[in-house]
Design a protein around this ligand. Structure first.
Ligand SMILES: Cc1ncc(COP(=O)(O)O)c(C=O)c1O
Length: 459
């Protein structure tokens, strides 16, 4: 097996087919077709093992490679770090860890502490554990329940799935952890009948308050929300929503935990998604774009008040008794630091905002031609197109047909995303998250591929 190289495509494919268990995909078709193997990336483009070139409109499939592929300066920084000091457990510090934390905090006024881990799920688990530990230490076991929202996703572990608002993601993995309570989604286009109408944003937030009152405010410790729901259908919260959510959290002394795993690091056009809405969170988790996939790193960032809740030298169980072995890998923060410098130097937050607008404009121009486009929505370079059987009924297009549009775009060598096996009956949203370096030409090509894909798939 030593001779497996990318210049031996058949050998690599055979080894993959024989031994790799791929994420999130049914393997039965691989009995007759080959899995896709990506061997190279540059900017927004990737090549597969057979040499075919694609424009990647999903930043590595799951909205991760924010600064694009082939960044030698990140690789160089990681290499230099690894030969000097690759790893030490996080009870000690590293130079890169201190430097990145300082720079990250400079982008997040009101927050001051950075806890390192290595996946989005893990960062969210840390946040949940902090809330539970604060409940035990400071509230006599009260304020331990955690609210999450219908259609949001916070990760793949059993704890994170317990806070998962996507029932198809969760299906067959229960039983889940107790103490996680669902609140309604805030997608106005598919509004809950009892909330539909004027001031939907305020009403959707008040629906959270109703859940709090039902459960008892002194039982609720935190509310965990995505700033813009990503895989659940690209849901940008409606006007009035966030202000009301913030007010409710303050009123009932509930920690606001924002999951920036997708929206962080420029994806929506500001450093963090919550900054679009003037929100002041207590806990922010992030992963994916933190190092753009050049290293596995996530962080759970908190206020000093949350941090201080764990300071008690007289209590042997008082500190945050949690560890992430690989949260001590120095490659993570060093890659994250370079990644952040690139975003700053190249103005990628600004580009995300500008190109995001251009992308939405391009999609909206397709509305006149394609009846199946129910709603175009997004923020910065995270965008979605909700596909429907008819605009009048807003009945979702089937997941199968949505998949066909995606496949047709791929036939034009453009990789686009789609909600899949997430929200029962509502996996009808095409999803886009090109790298933040996208140009107008790249966007034109993505829009053209969607146009052609819709035409061919729904003819
Ligand atoms: C909003 C959100 N949170 C958390 C996660 C989990 O991240 P990870 O797959 O790194 O555990 C994801 C993954 O897609 C996500 O979209």
């Amino acid at each position: 097996m030593d001779d497996l190289r990318s210049n031996d495509p058949e050998g690599v494919i055979a080894a993959d087919k024989a031994h790799v268990w791929h994420h999130l995909i049914q393997h039965k078709p691989f009995e007759t077709i080959d899995p896709r193997i990506i061997v190279e990336g540059k900017g927004m483009r990737v090549w597969d093992i057979r040499g075919r070139e694609y424009l990647d409109a999903v930043s590595g499939g799951v909205w991760t490679v924010n600064v694009g592929y082939g960044r030698e300066r990140i690789a160089d920084a990681v290499r230099d770090q690894l030969v000097k000091m690759c790893y030490f457990a996080g009870a000690s510090g590293t130079v890169a860890g201190a430097e990145f934390a300082e720079r990250l905090i400079s982008k997040m006024p009101g927050l001051s502490r950075v806890y390192y881990a290595n996946s989005g799920s893990e960062a969210n688990e840390k946040a949940f554990k902090m809330v539970r530990a604060i409940s035990h230490k400071h509230h006599g076991g009260k304020k331990g329940k955690i609210l999450y929202r219908d259609r949001d996703y916070h990760g793949t572990t059993i704890g994170a799935l317990s806070a998962g608002g996507q029932q198809e993601r969760n299906a067959r993995f229960g039983p889940f952890a107790p103490g996680f309570i669902e609140v309604p989604h805030c997608l106005e286009y598919q509004a809950q009948p009892e909330l539909a109408g004027p001031d939907y944003g305020v009403k959707a937030a008040e629906a959270i308050e109703a859940v709090i009152l039902r459960e008892g405010p002194d039982e609720i410790g935190a509310l965990c929300l995505e700033p813009v729901t990503a895989g659940g259908g690209c849901i940008v919260p409606p006007t009035g929503y966030w202000e009301k959510v913030q007010e409710i959290c303050r009123k009932y002394d509930i920690l606001l935990h924002i999951d920036e795993v997708v929206c962080g690091l420029g994806r929506t056009g500001t450093w963090f998604g919550y900054q679009q809405f003037g929100v002041e969170p207590d806990i922010v988790t992030m992963a994916k774009g933190v190092a753009s996939g050049y290293a596995a790193i996530s962080t759970c960032v908190t206020t000093e008040a949350v941090f201080d809740a764990f300071k008690d030298a007289d209590d042997p169980l008082g500190h945050f008794r949690d560890i992430s072995t690989f949260g001590g890998c120095a490659s993570g923060p060093v890659a994250a630091l370079e990644n952040m410098k690139i975003i700053e130097e190249e103005g990628l937050c600004e580009n995300s905002a500008a190109m995001g607008e251009y992308l939405l404009e391009g999609f909206r121009k397709l509305e006149a031609k394609h009846e199946a486009i129910g709603e175009v929505r997004g923020l910065g370079l995270f965008a979605g197109i909700e596909l429907v059987e008819s605009r009048e009924s807003r009945k979702p297009l089937t997941e199968k047909l949505v998949g066909r549009v995606q496949a047709e775009a791929l036939a034009d060598d453009v990789m686009i995303g789609a909600a899949n096996r997430s929200v029962p009956g509502y996996n009808n949203v095409l999803l886009f998250a090109p790298a933040l370096i996208a140009t107008r030409d790249d966007i034109d090509r993505i829009v053209a591929a969607v146009d052609a894909g819709l035409t061919r798939a729904l003819a």
